[in-house]
Design a protein around this ligand. Sequence first.
Ligand SMILES: *Cc1c(COP(=O)(O)O)cnc(C)c1O
Length: 523
Amino acid sequence: MTINASGWRPEIGGSKTEGAATFTGNKGLMLEEALIFEIGDTETTGVDIADTAPAASRLGGLARERSIGLPGLSEPETVRHYTRLSRQNYGIDLGFFPLGSCTMKHNPRLNEKMARLPGFADIHPLQPVDTVQGALGVINELAVWLIKLTGMHGVAMSPKAGAHGELCGILCIKAALDARGEGHRKVILVPESAHGTNPATAAFAGYQVEDIPATPEGRVDTAALKARLGPDVAGVMITNPNTCGLFERDLKEISDAVHAVGGYVYCDGANFNAIVGRVRPGDLGIDAMHINLHKTFSTPHGGGGPGSGPVVLSEALSPFGPLPFTERYEDGHITLVEEESVGDRHPDSFGRMTAFHGQMGMFTRALTYILSHGADGLRQVAEDAVLNANYVLRSLEDVLDAPFAHSGPCMHEALFSDNGMAEGFTTLDIAKGLIDEGFHPMTVYFPLVVHGAMLVEPTETESKAALDQFIGALRSVAERGKAGDPSLKSAPHFAPRARLDETLAARKPVLTWKAPGLPVAAE
Ligand SMILES: *Cc1c(COP(=O)(O)O)cnc(C)c1O
């Protein structure tokens, strides 16, 4: 194996294009970076400490037989390795991130400052409740805001992501049905356009999932849904606004019909960003809805979290919500209602979802965001998010097929398809071309109801100038796709790696490094 000074390995090569190759593999200030195992070696160490005196091993047969093989680097080499890697990471602080459904919006720095206050950041979940009254006050005040903004009755704060919140909501529905002696209801209806987490949640909770088709306008087929309702239906899971970027206008009618047959309505509230301050889901007859604090309320996400997915609950489901939760007494004192203190006050709670109370840092960021915007500011968030998405939709519908553009204005996401591309050119090529233009691609191939879907969510935090630049770039790439420009088939040309086998990487991830000449490391 050849490794040069900067760690570039010719056999990886990546996008080192003909004529543009450099000796190092670096492109200007974009630096190649090999694995730390490949640039370090076991003979080098960045620290200088005396050898320890030999001691008798107490490990018996468990003692390691050969050296652990960790790579050694000097301190500056180590710092450079990780700093180079950090530069290969695309994030919302670096550029426009139009990933549909994910609401990649700016995370205000004020949120970060508040979350780092020692009274929130340095506390321990097992501290006596009397010493964390301020933190409990934040959880309680955020809970009150979420209830008010959604027009619901209660909220479970502890779920740690949207999907975790879905599970919480479905477990509330299950507990409510069991309490009524109707645990035999086994079917959850889910529209075709649902986020994959919806059917996964219902199946995980032991339900049979049945699809409900979409209308040609991209909304739930209300007639088909009503026709399927019956005594075996536990509930429905509906995303509103939906993943085609449209508001489900029939939701109240759907809720009434589901309630009439004894079922419950779960709303996937991940798209709350489009309606916050304008629509109260409680008015639409919803029984449970998760809110992704890390989407609508601007707490950071991507790259693995942390998320936070509180679930607002109707009066019918609130008694079944999980522990713990906060309660404020008349004298202002706040307590955390834990399992052991339930007594006969909360006999119906389905139990606990997390070891402690949830994500304190996310709660603090979300409350800071809410208080710094105020009710009027939150309403403007929704209005600007929808305005920006419609600007993107109408600016590109002449060059990209927009399957539901005829259904009227979109909500906070613009949906396109790859219809009309030259023979052999697909959504993947458009996404790869955008990388060369310096943009994180939009969500691709989701929702499944649209061929070669491209879902663009600009969010309200982008300026018109930023949107115009993105629109110009996407227009240019789309025109290349329509003209069948062969160089688009091998894009990206300016990224460290070009077309990787993503399926193989997902199905057979190689998670351990194999030293040359050694047998494959333990899998
Ligand atoms: C993001 C999202 C989810 C899942 O939320 P996580 O926090 O990623 O678990 C569910 N549904 C929709 C529509 C989403 O956009």
